[in-house]
Design a protein around this ligand. Sequence first.
Ligand code: NAD
Length: 271
Amino acid sequence: MAAESQPRAGRLAGKNAIITGAAGGIGLETTILFAKEGASVLMADISEAALAKALAKVKELVPNAPRLSTIKCDVSKESDVAAAVESQDQYGGIDVMFNNAGIMHGQDDDAIHTSEQVWDLTQNINVKGVWYGSKHAVLSMRRHQKKAGSIINTASFVALMGAATPQLAYTASKGAVLAMTRELAIVHARENIRFNSLCPGPLNTPLLQDWLGDDVQKRYRREVHFPSGRFGEAIEQAHAVVFLASDESSFVNATEFLVDGGLSKAYVTSE
Ligand code: NAD
């Protein structure tokens, strides 16, 4: 067999994936691991400048990566999401969709102080974006008569626990992702399209770290609850996503896949 006709090695060999929010944080680390594991990846993100930097980084770290490409996509716009997914028709459609893009707005607050504008923006990106990604991924998998598909939607540990410091729009949006993903998993199970939610704990990524900034009190209120004493790293989420995307998880469906260092099971006091 000629070398180029041999299947690529890797846990995701031969799979075609789309990752939203791929230019930073969890999305970028997942793109790198997916490429290392033999998947082709379309990196979708709202920021073209960040995408260009991210693509260069992936190419540098994984020089023998399968097909890698980028697309500017605002997940809150259905036409953008549809265009991203349909761009993969020429490659036989997609096998994996990681609906990961999300925001936590700096002015997200409690019921009294969160503005309607912050509420709507958060739901449009975090909830509608996941709906559009799920919808168009299913349509692609049907169009290309895929025998199996894996769709992973990023929720958060705050979908399962109340946050002591208010971020109402974000918490509500992640609860919606969890409930929506659970239903999608059941509705599409007979098509062998699996849906799982990823529930990260607090991470060392710009989403949270920029929001916390230099506010020592804000940081302390969180750190005291970490059983492991530290924030999680984006790559620790990416390893979980590789598992959920791969055929190794073929009987894992509708889970709330927690990667939180045990935080959601902890009863911790400050002294
Ligand atoms: P990040 O801010 O580091 O990266 C998010 C990426 O999404 C960025 O590249 C950004 O440009 C992109 N993005 C923002 N709005 C978009 C839009 N409308 N369309 C397309 N792309 C858009 O964030 P992260 O920490 O990697 O978070 C990824 C996901 O994980 C989010 O859904 C977030 O809510 C969730 N999460 C994060 C944490 C945490 O502590 N960081 C904890 C739990 C859940």
